[in-house]
Design a protein around this ligand. Structure first.
Ligand SMILES: O=P(O)(O)O[C@@H]1C[C@H](O)[C@@H](CO)O1
Length: 290
């Protein structure tokens, strides 16, 4: 099965079922919560006890990330008394994968019994009030890649996954956002935890100055190169979604500025803020109703 699946760019319901069963045969854990770790945020797995680890290379069809800061491991275990599976790293469209391929893990998680999905990412702060190191709880998104036709739900729709025309007006669960804000307050994080709007361009280049000015006009607070395809697929198949962006840098919105965005800064901020992010995730998961 492995070689056939690895060369595929789109996956049928039966393909996903086979991949999910393959994973379930290899691990004992049966989680209902899935967490996708963004660039430099893979240390979230340090929260997990009784780990069972599967490298993506050993999972048929799974896209393998080629980007530093994305380990490429599926980590099962216990987090604050709850069974969980973490994706330590994700693949992106700019690596040459189709939107359907980068979201295969989300459908696989659904098929494995995951009902709630946490998505995390590194993002550039567009909102001028944001500081490097802030954590933004995602309240909505602008699918700029979708404006250009990059959307994992394009193509034949299998109703076994979900409806042809899924609603996206409530993509980021209100109850989970409220829980996260309450927990941030409880642990003294309110000064650097915000709520805002995320946007995605395909990348891999960072944005031009004019693009950043446009993002601001579009009511975007933080921008990145991932997450939205995963959220579209998760909502399509009926999952409850919660999202967080770590503001790893601020976008350059002045012409002729000598500053420029770079992946090294993204990884360094991820490293520096990883303990706080872990603390917030742990506090939310502890009180999560699954
Ligand atoms: O996977 P995420 O969205 O966290 O990664 C961001 C976007 C690019 O992959 C990379 C740029 O530094 O970080």
């Amino acid at each position: 099965m492995s070689r056939d699946m690895d060369s595929k760019n789109t996956f049928t319901y039966e393909d996903v079922e086979m991949i999910a069963n393959h994973i379930l045969e290899k691990v004992k854990c049966r989680p209902k919560l899935g967490i996708i770790c963004g660039s430099g945020l893979g240390k979230l797995v340090d929260l997990v006890e009784d780990k069972e680890v599967l490298p993506y290379q050993e999972i048929p069809g799974f896209p393998v990330s080629t980007v530093p800061g994305h380990e490429g491991k599926l980590v099962f275990g216990q987090l604050r008394g709850k069974s969980v599976v973490l994706m330590q790293g994700r693949a992106h469209c700019y690596e040459g994968y189709t939107p359907q391929k980068i979201t295969l893990p989300v459908r696989t998680m659904k098929m494995m019994g995951i009902t709630t999905l946490f998505v995390t990412n590194a993002a550039g702060g567009v909102n001028k009030k944001y500081n490097i190191g802030d954590i933004m709880i995602i309240k909505d998104h602008v699918n700029l890649a979708g404006f250009a036709g990059v959307n994992p739900l394009v193509g034949v729709n299998d109703e076994k996954f979900g409806p042809r025309f899924p609603a996206m007006s409530n993509a980021y669960d209100l109850g989970l956002r409220q829980l996260a804000l309450a927990k941030a307050k409880e642990i003294g994080f309110s000064d650097f935890v915000r709520e805002g709007v995320y946007s995605m361009m395909v990348g891999p280049n960072f944005e031009t100055v004019t693009e950043c000015k446009i993002l601001s006009l579009l009511l975007v607070d933080a921008t990145g190169m991932s997450t939205i395809p995963e959220v579209l697929v998760a909502k399509h198949c009926g999952m409850r979604v919660f999202g967080m962006s770590l503001i790893t840098n601020v976008v350059i919105s002045e012409y002729d500025s000598p500053a420029h965005a770079n992946h090294q800064e993204v990884l360094e901020t991820g490293e520096r803020r990883s303990k706080d992010l872990q603390q917030l995730v742990a506090a939310i998961v502890a009180d999560l109703d699954l």
